[in-house]
Write a new protein. Structure first.
Length: 623
């Protein structure tokens, strides 16, 4: 949630801040603001409710000068979107300006304490207490250093460190100081921050996307680290161990990857990128001679992996649906029992997890708060815990025992599309990997590899239904309720298809196993409630066909996702979206494409903001 940017260097800070916020708008878009140390040495600020475009228009009329600044795009947690609640917030007598991502759990007690001391609050946010705490710490440290022997950077970092010691919760933080006009301080505890290292400049952001095109040298801050940035220096300290040597990495991201190009929305762009993203996810991960898959980051020996008796998959939202796909694929290929848990429940449930259980945490961003908490709990109990995520250097990647990167490329649209299919692909690769370790024969392994390698072209074929998906969306865009129904491998697809429609079109939709329809949901069926059946060929195809007839008998319209050439469905359903005929283990990859497109075109027709749906943000860093 929320996006942070910062700049110190030789350029006009505002140019980078606005471009960086635009690239981070998927992290929050209730309000936005920037602050700079202006040419006359004051802290200037501009804030606006709504999107970055509104802030940009405001700054076109009243620009801010300076080569040092911070910016923020907000996803509201404490207090509604408003001018007062927008970041940046000031501390003391406009001595400090901060932007914050995260949640401060003890802010009310701290606020009462600070108010008693005379600090005035102007917002309802939890973040404002941070600014006042830093101002208080700085004033106290300045009194102790009455001879001015402490360097400005050290004094600023120490003021932040002392203030953070009072805070309970998560934070990504950027701080400006009026009295130190040449430096910017950043701190991290549970919320990501990335620093770009340039020539005579340093750049700060919540993730790497704003840095693309500015620098290819980056530093990922770890938890409990504080960084002091000037135009020419970067110094990093740990809260407990003091100064550390930071590690500069190469940014593997092209600025073109975060641009729209010819597409009207990022979501459509990312739907259409799936042939390439799937190819990138599987690249280098097959060992044809051994008929298996390979991974470079599991950090477990073959002997340890052979000792695995059970797999636990955990995630939230779309990642949880990918885990459900994994349950079917891994159990089918490897004959290992798989348990799927909502991360938000697992962190508190304390279920009995047997020895010999390997835990995989699925999170696109690598920053999902509930998934991180569940992962930490499983690690604390001694289970090997691996992350499956898309963002290099994310918290999940840093804290897990090992893991697998999706390599799906940046996903800007809030509703996940290509990351989902890449997660499903990793599930299939894991099924093959563990299957070949146990009972799966060489010929079967080769067949699975041959099928998976065809996925890019199969997905390309599935995308050919775009025109028909748009036509069907026009027909049903005014409906208020949808049912999504599928069985076996296609049950998770029903859940994910319903979620996509809910997320971006605000239509109520529910996903069920098709056979469960008669145990309650069939009461919802009427002429205004479409039922979307995911029904490619398989061993229970005829049973799903019977479920279609039950809906038709009650006057409900049916939209079918079916295999090319299926005339039985065509004669029964009101509308059909066709996909290639594939084996059942490949169906989750082909049948989700029409559902993504159906949701997309429905949302567009309803005038919804497809890439930035209301109340949602891409990286869910709060509980």
């Amino acid at each position: 949630m929320c996006g942070i940017v910062g700049y110190v260097g030789y350029r006009d800070a505002l140019d980078f801040l606005l471009e960086g916020l635009r690239r981070l708008e998927y992290r929050g878009y209730d309000s936005a603001g920037v602050a700079t140390v202006t040419d006359d040495g004051e802290l200037g600020v501009s804030k606006s409710v709504g999107r970055i475009a509104a802030l940009n228009d405001q700054l076109a009329t009243w620009p801010l000068s300076g080569n040092l600044g911070i910016g923020h795009t907000r996803w509201a947690t404490h207090g509604p979107p408003s001018q007062e609640n927008s970041h940046p917030h000031f501390g003391g007598d406009r001595e400090i300006a901060i932007v914050h991502n995260g949640v401060i759990e003890n802010y009310l007690a701290l606020k009462e304490e600070l108010e008693v001391e005379g600090y005035r609050f102007r917002s309802e946010t939890d973040s404002e207490v941070i600014a006042h705490l830093i101002a208080r710490s700085l004033n106290r440290l300045t009194v102790c250093d009455d001879n001015g022997t402490i360097e400005p950077g050290e004094l600023a970092a120490e003021a932040v460190r002392v203030a953070l010691a009072s805070l309970h919760g998560t934070l990504g933080l950027a701080v400006l100081f009026r009295r130190f006009p040449g430096l910017l301080v950043a701190a991290r505890r549970g919320s990501p921050l990335v620093i770009g290292v340039g020539r005579n400049e340093h750049i700060l952001a919540s993730d790497a996307s704003p840095l693309a095109g500015y620098t290819d040298r980056i530093v990922y801050l770890a938890d409990h680290q504080i960084a002091v940035l000037t135009a020419n220096e970067l110094n990093v300290t740990h809260r407990e161990t003091g100064p550390i040597r930071h590690h500069v990495q190469t940014l593997q991201l092209d600025a073109r990857q975060v641009e729209l190009g010819p597409y009207p929305h990022y979501m459509l762009k990312e739907i259409c990128e799936q042939p390439q993203s799937l190819a990138d996810t599987m690249r280098g991960r097959f060992h044809s001679e051994d008929a298996t898959s390979v991974f470079g980051g599991l950090n477990l020996s073959p002997q340890q992996l052979r000792g695995i008796d059970r797999i636990l998959l955990t995630g939230c939202g779309t990642s949880w649906h990918a885990a459900l796909v994994g349950e079917y694929l891994i159990e089918e290929m490897a004959r290992l029992p798989v348990q799927v848990e909502y991360a938000s429940e697992l962190r508190y449930r304390n279920p009995p997890v047997e020895r010999g259980t390997l835990v995989f945490a699925l999170t696109q961003s690598g920053e999902t708060a509930d998934t991180l908490a569940a992962m930490r709990e499983m690690k604390r109990k001694g289970h090997p815990t691996l992350a499956i995520c898309n963002v290099v250097g994310s918290t999940a990647a840093q804290e897990s025992d090992g893991g697998i990167y999706l390599h799906a490329g940046p996903e800007v649209g809030v509703a996940s599309t290509k990351a989902y299919t890449s997660q499903c692909l990793v599930m299939a690769l894991l099924g093959l990997y563990f299957g070949r370790m146990h009972h799966l024969g060489y010929d079967a392994g080769r067949r699975y590899i041959d099928g998976l390698q065809r996925l890019p072209e199969l997905v390309e074929e599935s995308l050919e239904c775009r025109v028909e998906a748009q036509r069907i969306a026009e027909k049903y865009a005014d409906c208020r309720n949808f049912l999504y129904l599928g069985r076996q491998h296609n049950f998770p697809t029903a859940l994910e298809g319903a979620l996509k429609l809910k997320e971006i079109s605000y239509i109520h939709a529910e996903g069920y196993p098709a056979a469960e329809m008669k145990h309650g949901p069939i009461a919802l069926v009427d002429e205004n409630t479409p039922s979307v059946f995911i029904m490619p060929p398989g061993f229970i195809y005829d049973k799903v066909l019977s479920n279609v007839q039950e809906v038709k008998a009650r006057g409900g319209p049916v939209i079918a996702i079916a295999a090319e050439g299926d005339r039985r469905v065509a004669d029964l359903a009101n509308d059909v979206l066709y996909t290639p005929a594939v084996p059942e283990y490949l169906q989750p990859f082909t049948t989700i494409l029409p559902l993504q497109l159906l949701a997309y075109y429905t949302a567009v027709l309803r005038g919804c903001d497809v890439d930035r749906p209301r109340n949602l943000a891409k990286s869910v860093t709060v509980e």
